[in-house]
Design a protein around this ligand. Sequence first.
Ligand SMILES: Nc1nc2c(c(=O)[nH]1)N[C@H]1C(S)=C(S)[C@@H](COP(=O)(O)OP(=O)(O)OC[C@H]3O[C@@H](n4cnc5c(=O)[nH]c(N)nc54)[C@H](O)[C@@H]3O)O[C@H]1N2
Ligand SMILES: Nc1nc2c(c(=O)[nH]1)N[C@H]1C(S)=C(S)[C@@H](COP(=O)(O)OP(=O)(O)OC[C@H]3O[C@@H](n4cnc5c(=O)[nH]c(N)nc54)[C@H](O)[C@@H]3O)O[C@H]1N2
Ligand SMILES: [Mo]
Length: 722
Amino acid sequence: MKVRDGEVVSVRGDADDVFSHGFICPKGVALKALHEDPARLTRPLVRDASGELRDATWDEAFARADELLTPILADHGRNAVGAYLGNPSVHSLGATLYARALLKSLGSRSIFTASTVDQMPKHVSSGLMFGGALTIPVPDVDRTMHMLMLGANPLASNGSLMTAPDMRGRLKALRDRGGRLVVVDPRRSRTAEVADEHHFIRPGTDAHLLFALVNVITGEGLADLGRLAEFTDGTEDVARLAEPFTPEAVEPVTGIPADEIRRIARELAAASPAVVYARIGTTTQRFGSLASWLVDVLNVITGNLDREGGAMFPLAAAGQSNASGRRGGRGLAIGRWQSRVRGADEVMGELPVSCLAEEIETEGEGQVRALITIAGNPARSTPNSARLEAALGNLEALVCIDLYLNETTRHADVVFPAPSPLSKPHYDIALYQLGVRDVGNWSDAVVPAEDEMLQEWETLVRLMGIVTGQGPDADVATIDDFIATAMAQQLGVEPDADRRGPERLIDIMLRAGPYDVTLADFEASPHGIDFGPLKPRLPDVLKTPSGMIELAPERIVADVDRLRASLGEHVNGDMVLIGRRTLRSNNSWMHNLEPLVKGPLRCTLHVNPADARRLGLVDGGTAHVRSRAGEVDAPVEVTEKVMPGVVSLPHGWGHGAPGANLPVAARYAGVNVNALTDELDLDPISGNAVLNGVPVEISPQEAAGRTQPAAGSGQSAIGAHI
Ligand SMILES: Nc1nc2c(c(=O)[nH]1)N[C@H]1C(S)=C(S)[C@@H](COP(=O)(O)OP(=O)(O)OC[C@H]3O[C@@H](n4cnc5c(=O)[nH]c(N)nc54)[C@H](O)[C@@H]3O)O[C@H]1N2
Ligand SMILES: Nc1nc2c(c(=O)[nH]1)N[C@H]1C(S)=C(S)[C@@H](COP(=O)(O)OP(=O)(O)OC[C@H]3O[C@@H](n4cnc5c(=O)[nH]c(N)nc54)[C@H](O)[C@@H]3O)O[C@H]1N2
Ligand SMILES: [Mo]
């Protein structure tokens, strides 16, 4: 970043960066626009007696939060105050390190995060198979010779359970060295376009396909665990469980011909090294945990787990060694309590966010009366958002920390801003744990924060003071010392006496970590530190009760019956909805930045030409889309890129809501796909929402007798429509 007089002059990739080698995505360039966005919050907001959100001082805002939260905690107990952590809570160092401390001091069971609209099934399968919810193997993309990729589009997303800049370059290198890329996706995605082979699959049927691959590999004697055999339990169980899932049995379900499935399986088994990688298309669906599990079953039975060019366990400089132990213990924390209304299992201390609305709506002991959101926009990112938004409006107190006044924070009683990414230091604790190389990089703040802006960690510490009964003015330094001392003791290292805040905590984690480095080493390495390619870590990394890889964990095996029962459900001509990501968008935010949103409309409904003809839809026209949860009117884009029977609409849109302040986003409003997704439909093991494979009815908008949709969310309850 070139900075002059406190202003960002330009943003470019750093050619000397040890990881990116200068590759950055458009959202990186847009950080300048984000920093300068006049709509970005720079002062706290407090709702006044007339019901309006108004600028307030920090002291006024903390006093109001205390006034609202303290009586609720006193009268109704800890569970009456819930929290929702959004995705950027792992992209903000302060939030990564201090939000967990806030949750711990809050002591509530009403904890929700974006994980249950994302990767929770992978935590479950990894926790049960390897003994740590964060012990997630990632594809060693730079050394593999064969990659089978399902439900991921890293050319748009840059990965996620695989942190890898420049996936286009990495996948090209794979093919240049004679390797093969096979993509399975109901859409011909950008990644599918650069693959050797792309297969359309009926949404939500990846577990069927993966089981059939296991069936072929075990049935034809192609399994070869190599050194993994010594510490793997359950191989025979898996082979037996796979028996009903013959290629012929899954062909009508997945839509992939049986002989193709056989060939995919044989080529996967024959390639060396090879890897199976699956992402959000396979986790946010009704068999998410089974699919996540089967991916690693395949990596194990082909001998590709923990092998160069296979699926490997990163060893991050900060985080992994202690985080998995702390959060997961031995095995996986799951089912220690259930949600009050629906009885859904807790996983890793949180409940499915699909349950949040009912927990707010339903009276009785433990009803969620107040909510704290940190870097989240559940009003656009979670299923049946109309129901959730109504519930948010009925809370006794909503306290948010966010960069914007958006669809969620417009319901708040108090909004605390956080500094822009350029005004706070950063170290990506979360994503390096999923890196395709072991690297680390420290970034100092490049431009000063606005006058009086608190760092996000300070706001979180002040809130800790409130929820622990110390009032709105608790001493930040004292609480921070307490957190640092506890962490240092737990990790057995001496804290740096000259550091405070996130710097001190990250330094403690680095000192306790696997490499001989401290924060000072990173500060002296502006292009990052490269710890090299991924290295084998088995069996040491295993923390299962048996000390083995558990290939057939009980909780997962118990769900196979449900999958088997679904073999009878053949394609019946109904339409289903899936999502998609686009390069210049980031979930539901960064839509207020003109440089990113300008250009062709991105929030369009992709419809296959055959379906368009049958349903009477035309390119550029409008479709009326209905599901059990709601309805929207979406602009139609007719394209061969989506398979027949499937429509695709990206998430995070539907701006222009009254009370929000996102003037640019309102001009590119789009429609809210989560008005259609169903909060009642979950992957039962992980509690993850089903966001892909949602049954919908589609008609031309004219036929529904409607007028042009408003700029807003364009939604209403389906009941009201009928
Ligand atoms: N239908 C459908 N729904 C989906 C998905 C899908 O594929 N399909 N994807 C899901 C996935 S994978 C995810 S991760 C979720 C995301 O769900 P959320 O995390 O709830 O939503 P985001 O859109 O990421 O919103 C992030 C919020 O954080 C704010 N923010 C940004 N940076 C900071 C910061 O440093 N500090 C603070 N305090 N706030 C900040 C932004 O202004 C924004 O309000 O959406 C999920 N929803
Ligand atoms: N540009 C950009 N990058 C992002 C984000 C963003 O919003 N924009 N979000 C970030 C976040 S929070 C995350 S979690 C990651 C996600 O990273 P990815 O998982 O790579 O995300 P997507 O690009 O949504 O790719 C999912 C693919 O799954 C396909 N799919 C849908 N349903 C099914 C199904 O049933 N089976 C199969 N096999 N495929 C299916 C979709 O067509 C889509 O191509 O991306 C991160 N990176
Ligand atoms: Mo995500």
